[in-house]
Write a protein that binds this ligand. Structure first.
Ligand code: FFO
Ligand code: ATP
Length: 200
């Protein structure tokens, strides 16, 4: 795939490719991802980790979430903010968390003020994406949620460290980028750790 495709065409093609992975492939990929993630020094040092639950063929984060729970890491999931359009909240996630389906059909913790974690208190934000390129550029589902949330990190490198998670088939040569896109410093796939020098 090359940059003669526009963003929506790339989204469509990559979403179809990841949805085409078999249940067996998804399970193997998730285990390989787990092995990579638990070796990361940033993960070993982290106490609060934001991550999302897979949907639409995304790589399964469940094995890693279970590892986090077993290793005393606090896990937070994104919740689409009903009061602030285009923004996410991060809510504490445990085995006992009551879950609801959001407007996109993604399972998320039921909104509860007491369970909200300020973004500044997270150590790592594992960032979902639809496609990424060899420069660390990413595009997501089209809501701009992660670009908005990561803008302060891009501007002054404050706040949680973002790490992209993806299947290998989500890597494309070059993405057409927009001014608001936040490139990621690191993206982990089952076969690779991609590191990027972020420029701004
Ligand atoms: N697992 C996971 N959770 C996540 C995200 C994600 O990318 N992955 N998000 C990352 O931002 C947020 C949700 N963003 C989303 C944005 C658009 C669509 C979506 O399906 N859009 C439809 C059309 C719009 C509509 O139905 O209103 C589509 O593209 O087909 C889904 C999620 C928060 N939670
Ligand atoms: N920092 C920002 N401030 C305001 N609007 C933004 C910001 N970032 C993105 N947007 C808006 O969000 C919309 C969607 O952006 P885009 O298509 O790049 O989302 P995406 O990268 O696919 O989604 P996500 O970031 O949730 O994974 C665009 O119209 C864009 O103008």
């Amino acid at each position: 795939m090359n940059n003669t495709f526009n963003r929506d065409q790339i989204r469509q093609q990559v979403r179809a490719a990841r949805r085409a992975l078999s249940v067996q492939q998804q399970m193997m990929e998730a285990e390989k991802l787990l092995v990579r993630l638990i070796k990361l020094e940033k993960v070993q040092r982290a106490s609060s980790i934001a991550i999302s639950l897979a949907f639409d063929g995304e790589i399964d984060t469940r094995p890693f979430i279970n590892w986090c729970w077993e290793n005393n890491k606090q896990v937070y999931l994104p919740v689409v903010d009903p009061f602030n359009k285009g923004h996410l909240l991060f809510l504490h996630y445990t085995v006992n968390t009551e879950m609801v389906s959001n407007k996109y059909g993604i399972s998320e913790p039921k909104l509860n003020q007491l369970q909200i974690c300020p973004i500044s208190q997270l150590d790592i934000i594992f960032t979902p994406l639809v496609a990424f390129d060899k420069q660390g550029n990413r595009i997501g589902m089209g809501g701009g949620y992660y670009d908005r949330m990561l803008a302060p990190w891009f501007d002054n490198k404050t706040g949680p460290y973002p790490i992209g998670l993806a299947h290998d088939c989500q890597l494309i040569d070059a993405l057409p980028i927009e001014p608001w896109d936040v490139p990621l410093p690191e993206i982990i796939t089952p076969s690779n750790k991609h590191l990027f020098i972020t420029k701004n």
